[in-house]
Design a protein around this ligand. Structure first.
Ligand SMILES: *[C@@H]1O[C@H](CO)[C@@H](O)[C@H](O)[C@H]1NC(C)=O
Ligand SMILES: *[C@@H]1O[C@H](CO)[C@@H](O)[C@H](O)[C@H]1NC(C)=O
Ligand SMILES: *[C@@H]1O[C@H](CO)[C@@H](O)[C@H](O)[C@H]1NC(C)=O
Length: 316
């Protein structure tokens, strides 16, 4: 009885600490945790470190904006994913290589996506961000089919070609007009993909068109115009076909990672934007012990700069 009471008290303190009220009495979670799905290692050189991984660049990108990262393993049950969902404040689908419909990665992403839609419908704000393959996944999850075609832009830094919806978007709300101009003129977005969703296909698919606003497009090497930035019209879901994290956290000299002052700013602001979205979510662990055990701090990244385009990677 006593220990139960103590736990209850401790829990209450924990709750109060995690959820201070903002000036307008809107609850704000200043200790957000973002879930990141691990990915299966496909590169043979990396297999000796583990079967699944998360490149450290994505983790640093998120952490830099004031959140903590929870790695989420593949092949868990739906019940386990539901329990994890109740403890995290947002989710990032990272880049990589996996089948977008049949892989364990796709299955896990689908489960979290469904939970996020249901939560948002019930007034429980839960943001999702997808980068590169994560972006592609966000289109598959909404369209219910894989609409990817050849939109090759491999190792290519580009400016964004903004649509009319970009200036009033949530994603770019905190960008100054100078930075928007830089984004539309300077090569500050790193592209590393062979497939994507063409602008024509995207707008021609009712489900995609109704679900997401297209904020930018780009022209691929094969002259196809592809969608490069999206945000949910109703849901706090965001996707970029390009890689904002490389601007600050990847340095391989053979790869066109944008590192200019404006490129770094773009990367910082987008990370901050997404973490601010996660601050609107109040999910939490049942206690600090459970929380600490789930975080990525329990793992040590490994140097992989000599065997991959990443500098460091976590393995699980
Ligand atoms: C930008 O998009 C417009 C409208 O789709 C297109 O006509 C134009 O060629 C694009 N420009 C670049 C630089 O991609
Ligand atoms: C995609 O298009 C580019 C440019 O035309 C071509 O070089 C490449 O082989 C194509 N890739 C695939 C997978 O079809
Ligand atoms: C890469 O670097 C690590 C750490 O310095 C070293 O142990 C490993 O042998 C290197 N791998 C290759 C393929 O050069």
């Amino acid at each position: 009885m006593l220990s139960l009471l103590v736990f209850a008290c401790f829990c209450a303190v924990f709750v109060t600490d995690a959820l201070p009220l903002g000036p307008s009495d809107t609850p704000v979670n200043d200790r957000p945790i973002i879930g990141v799905l691990t990915q299966e290692v496909v590169d043979e050189d990396m297999l000796r470190f583990g079967k699944t991984y998360i490149p450290a660049s994505y983790v640093k990108y998120l952490e830099s904006a004031g959140c903590r990262v929870m790695p989420i393993r593949l092949k868990q049950t739906l019940v386990e994913y539901e329990n994890i969902f109740k403890t995290i404040n947002g989710m990032m689908f990272i880049g990589g290589a996996a089948d977008l419909q049949t892989s364990d990665y796709a299955r896990a992403a689908k489960a979290f996506f469904r939970l996020a839609v249901e939560a948002n419908d019930a007034g429980d704000y839960f943001p999702i961000w997808g980068t590169c393959m994560g972006f592609q996944l966000l289109t598959v999850l909404v369209a219910g089919q894989n609409l990817l075609t050849n939109t090759t832009a491999e190792n290519l830094a580009l400016p964004l070609n903004f649509t009319d919806e970009a200036p009033t978007s949530r994603m770019f709300e905190d960008f100054s007009s100078e930075l928007m101009k830089a984004l539309s003129q300077e090569d500050v977005t790193g592209n590393f993909h062979h497939y994507g969703v063409s602008e024509k296909t995207f707008r021609g698919n009712d489900k995609l068109d109704q679900f997401y606003s297209i904020l930018s497009t780009n022209i691929a090497v094969n002259d196809v115009e592809f969608v490069s930035t999206i945000e949910g019209r109703k849901y706090p879901f965001y996707g970029v076909q390009w890689h904002p994290e490389v601007n600050r956290f990847q340095w391989n000299p053979n790869l066109n990672f944008p590192h200019s002052k404006n490129a770094v700013r773009v990367s910082s602001l987008l990370a901050e934007f997404f973490v601010n979205e996660a601050r609107k979510n109040m999910h939490q662990f049942s206690g600090p012990g459970e929380e600490a055990a789930a975080l990525i701090y329990n793992y040590t990244p490994v140097y992989v700069g000599n065997i991959s385009g990443y500098e460091q990677s976590y393995f699980f």
